[in-house]
Design a protein around this ligand. Structure first.
Ligand code: AMP
Ligand code: ZN
Length: 310
């Protein structure tokens, strides 16, 4: 990032317009009504694109069993991003001690124990054990529309596009390698059509996840070489392009971790796509301005911002 390419002026503009509501913690914002209408409008465009495929609609809460995080090896790849959940199981005397320490803004973490859930770090994680529990897949595999999934990542930042709590609009395909790769190809083209409808120039590029540490650098290199991850990129708070949507091929990683069987008894492969709803809304504001009322009428119509409020 160039010295003069700071993300904070755009963040401050979003706040001044009432699109983002600061919480006092970096990357944790409330959302104003207009901002939310842009997110919802874009989500509906994705609905329209998903519908013809007849995906099964499922919804999951923003918590996953800790066991799932352990099974997928999340802590090997992203120990720095996890949000574990801790709770209190002590007696009244200890509760009083904890409350007093908290009242004085001291460290009350010693009174807590880790719970059997964590915050969900990626929208699709809860769906794999659910699919595995159904038994073998049908011959045409599975296609799941998970809707906007609330997720958490421990990456506090001044960049408004790097949130700690955000929503991914996720769709997941599970089946043979051919089925999931064909689906991912089709969706990478489709996503560009969706972005074109809201006049967002979106470049697709091969990408890697931010794997942790020195070992992570090898994983990232491998992921790129095998083209396991693609991203659609657009400028948001800085001129450096930011991922607004991702297309991931997991090979048989989740199939193995959760025991998902194809119709022929082989381990299932999977792919997912995620549109970052807040990032898309911010990319649109970067492109068309933070005054949503002055956006091109075609874009307003596509996002259903021109009609009465729902
Ligand atoms: P990923 O699982 O990292 O590929 O994320 C899926 C999508 O979520 C990305 O394409 C982004 O649009 C969005 N996203 C990822 N990280 C963040 C973040 N820290 N803040 C806001 N959106 C994010
Ligand atoms: Zn996913």
């Amino acid at each position: 990032m160039a010295a003069d390419d700071s993300p904070t002026p755009f963040r401050d503009e979003l706040v001044a317009r009432g699109h983002l509501i600061p919480s006092g913690q970096p990357g944790v914002f409330g959302r104003g009504d207009e901002f939310e209408r842009v997110c919802t409008g874009f989500d509906r465009l994705v609905d329209d694109a998903v519908a013809p495929d007849g995906a099964e609609r499922l919804r999951f809460p923003p918590l996953v069993p800790k066991l799932s995080i352990e099974r997928v090896g999340y802590l090997k790849s992203f120990p720095d991003l996890i949000g574990a959940v801790f709770g209190f199981r002590g007696d009244e005397a200890e509760a009083a001690e904890m409350a007093q320490t908290a009242w004085e803004h001291g460290d009350w973490s010693g009174h807590l124990r880790q719970m059997d859930v964590t915050l969900t770090p990626a929208g699709c994680y809860p769906c794999y054990p659910a699919v595995a529990a159904r038994g073998r897949l049908a011959a045409d595999g599975a296609l799941l529309d998970l809707g906007p999934c609330s997720v958490f990542r421990n990456e506090p930042s001044d960049d408004p596009a790097r949130l700690q709590a955000f929503r991914m609009r996720e769709v997941v395909r599970i089946g043979t390698p051919e089925q999931v790769l064909e689906w991912r190809e089709r969706w990478m083209r489709r996503a560009q059509d969706v972005f074109a409808r809201v006049e967002l120039d979106a470049d697709v590029d091969v990408a890697n996840d931010p794997f942790f540490g020195r070992g992570g650098r090898m994983l990232a290199k491998n992921q790129r070489a095998l083209q396991l991850k693609f991203e659609v990129l657009a400028p948001i708070a800085t001129n450096a392009p930011t991922a607004i949507s991702s297309f991931n091929y997991h090979q048989d990683h989740f199939g193995h971790a959760f025991g998902i069987e194809r119709h022929d008894g082989e381990v299932a492969h999977s792919a997912c796509l995620g549109f970052g709803l807040e990032r898309v809304a911010m990319a649109l504001m970067r492109r068309h301005g933070t005054d949503v009322g002055s956006w091109p009428s075609d874009v307003m119509r596509e996002l259903r911002l021109d009609g009465p409020r729902p």
